[in-house]
Design a protein around this ligand. Structure first.
Ligand code: BGC
Length: 364
């Protein structure tokens, strides 16, 4: 993804940005500002923690926060952003429902001189996005695919060939097509799976292998359950599916329900995931879902709050570490990327409990 020729400008910018106002910008004292924060939905735990963590962090810095959830409804999110602009927000932090649907409120924000940070999901099709804070999204997909291969036994954890030669039957799921992250996850995963598909060590019996054929609108678990049931009844009359690439825990649980409804029992096919949501971590401990990808939303929230503080002061956020990969259709948005961590039954305790993300009690 990143080519060496881009390394120098990144370092140069970081050096220039560290602690100094960006060219042409004045360092301003930060007063208490109203910050508008919009999140996609409360249906998924991760966005609740994201919202709470950003709010807490900004409030501890003396700011006021208007935190809104759009319940996955685009017009609701448009209205929420518009009302934050009207209420005098000095900065907007947006995790979009549909990354391309906010161009009008973003234009209104620019008109009012309000900077915008895209949170976790890139805002597309608009020049009015100043910064982006997220995780290494391509790497998330790489980790999902590697864990699918590890679970099947085609690969060892250290990347060497595993004990099983295959072939294995797998099915592929991607996230919502209107979320810029979905293609990053899927492309990351396919970069790992493609050679196995080419060599027929992995076979997708449904034939659904293109991104557009495997997306899941709004990341909905029930939509995924229905698609998996449909695939099982049409493509698996005689064969068994051995693994499912799932991009998100809510989808993983929908897929597992479909499998159980169709007579699959222990050991269940290998099913991946993302977000380390509580029900999925419990499922991993119970030996059902195979893996997830942990993204420490506390860290993303803290980093975003300190980026916000820098922007409110008129500075370039010193955190930026990727100036190349996030082209939104109009511009490349300077980004700060955090690392994801692959989690399965073997390391969940060390990664999730020892870090304080969950307590043992929560996982019982
Ligand atoms: C996020 C994932 C999340 C998914 C569904 C994506 O944009 O990056 O962490 O699993 O949305 O909420």
């Amino acid at each position: 993804m990143r080519s060496p020729k881009f390394v120098v400008p990144v370092i140069a910018l970081l050096a220039a940005a560290c602690g100094s106002p960006a060219a042409g910008q004045q360092s301003k004292p930060v007063e208490s500002a109203l910050v508008g924060v919009t999140m996609p939905t409360t249906k998924s735990e991760r966005w609740i923690s994201d919202g709470d963590n950003i709010k807490r962090d900004l409030e501890s810095r003396g700011h006021k926060v208007d935190l809104q959830y759009a319940q996955n409804d685009v017009p609701t999110q448009v209205r929420q952003v518009q009302s934050q602009i009207a209420a005098g927000a000095k900065l907007l932090i947006i995790a979009s429902v549909d990354g391309s649907a906010l161009t009008e409120p973003l234009a209104a924000a620019a008109e009012a001189g309000i900077p915008v940070i895209a949170y976790d999901r890139l805002l597309r099709g608009s020049p009015n996005v100043d910064y982006y804070a997220t995780f290494e999204n391509f790497r998330v997909g790489v980790y999902q695919a590697e864990s699918l291969l590890n679970g099947l036994g085609l690969r060892n954890g250290d990347g060497t060939p595993g004990p099983q030669p295959g072939p294995f039957n797998v099915e592929l799921f991607a996230g919502s097509a209107d979320d810029n992250n979905s293609a990053f996850f899927f492309n990351g995963a396919m970069s790992v799976l493609k050679p196995y598909l080419d060599e027929k060590k992995l076979v997708v019996r449904s034939g659904q292998v293109d991104f557009t054929a495997v997306t899941t609108l709004r990341w909905d678990g029930e939509t995924a359950r229905k698609r998996m049931e449909e695939i099982l009844t049409t493509a698996y009359k005689k064969n068994k599916v051995n693994g499912v690439l799932s991009p998100y825990d809510g989808i993983s649980l929908g897929v597992l329900t479909a499998l159980k409804n169709n007579g699959y029992g222990a050991p269940l096919p290998i099913v991946t995931g993302q977000d380390a949501e509580l029900p999925s971590v419990k499922s991993i401990i119970a030996g059902e879902q195979y893996s997830t990808i942990y993204k420490d939303t506390r860290e993303l929230a803290t980093a975003t709050a300190s980026m916000a503080e820098a922007v409110l002061k008129g500075r370039t956020p010193p955190q930026l570490n990727n100036l190349n990969d996030y082209e939104n259709g109009v511009k490349i948005v300077p980004a700060f990327l955090l690392n994801p961590v692959s989690v399965d039954k073997a390391n969940y305790h060390q990664v999730l409990v020892d870090s304080g993300y969950y307590t043992d009690d929560q996982l019982r």
